[in-house]
Write a protein that binds this ligand. Structure first.
Ligand code: TMP
Ligand code: ASP
Length: 245
């Protein structure tokens, strides 16, 4: 089987290869880390494997809870088989607690727990630096119709409820996260991309002495050190939790 030969696409953190089955792809997770639209770059040995393993466990959990995702199975420790999807060019961010760009762009104080989850939708376009969209701009650009946007919003809220509990059970506070969706071969909207400490903010509830302890990509974004240690901790907590069930 020569399925890893044809590189279809290379992104900042992943490579997509063709699969013998044309409705499937192989997603390889790279050791590269980028932040601020790749202005900041580094390589961490083992990052790809950790994100792939963490994502696969989370996709399995979501699938068990009736969330349609592109995930089909692990190929090896740093690559997974997924449905081939046509990515909808939006980045759907859900925030439970104010942090990051929300606090840079508004007067809300970092760490403020939001009364209800806030969904921010960004245009997936590196050249334009992923600008924040409005519903009107989404309609203007004809990116997605209202019905599908509503479906994605509902799915995101449902995923949030599931993930908040999942992470709370392993003593992590799910501050915010970014999702991507796409249409599969049957025209169905499914969750794509990855779910890992690269695209979720996860604060440790074990070291809860009033300070924020990030176990996610903020360790790289904000030069906090201990990047692989944090990702390994997330992976270990997930494995221990799953094995204890
Ligand atoms: P933000 O506070 O920078 O807007 O990020 C919100 C969440 O989205 C955070 O969990 C990190 C994630 N995120 C990505 O996964 N990719 C991105 O390109 C950006 C800007 C944020
Ligand atoms: N994903 C973006 C980048 O690769 C930004 C981020 O995650 O902070 O640069």
């Amino acid at each position: 089987m020569n399925s890893k030969i044809d590189l279809i696409y290379e992104g900042k953190a992943k490579k997509i290869y063709a699969h013998d089955d044309l409705d499937k792809v192989i997603i390889e997770f790279k050791d590269d880390a980028t932040a601020f639209n790749a202005l900041k770059k580094a390589k961490f040995d083992g990052k790809g494997e950790l994100n792939c393993l963490i994502s696969s466990k989370i996709f399995e959990f979501l699938i068990e809870n009736d969330i349609p995702t592109h995930y089909l199975g692990l190929k090896n420790k740093n690559s997974m088989i997924a449905q081939k999807i046509k990515i909808i060019p939006i980045e759907v961010v859900l925030r439970n607690t104010a942090y990051g760009s929300l606090c840079k762009q508004t007067t809300i104080k970092p760490g403020t727990v939001l009364e209800s989850p806030l969904i921010d939708i960004y245009l997936k376009n590196d050249e334009l630096n992923d600008p924040l969209l409005t519903k009107e701009r989404i309609n203007l650009l004809k990116i997605i119709d209202n019905e599908d946007l509503e479906l994605i919003t509902d799915m995101t809220l449902k995923i949030n409820k599931l993930l908040k509990t999942f992470f709370y059970n392993i003593k992590l506070n799910l501050v915010d996260f970014k999702l991507e969706f796409g249409y599969n071969a049957n025209g169905r909207i499914v969750l794509g991309d990855e779910i890992s400490p690269d695209n979720c903010r996860l604060w440790d509830l074990k070291q809860n002495n009033g300070t924020i302890v990030s176990l996610d990509k903020d360790r790289f974004r904000n030069d906090l050190g201990g990047f692989i240690k944090a990702y390994t901790e997330i992976n270990n907590r997930i494995n221990n939790y799953i094995n204890s069930k």
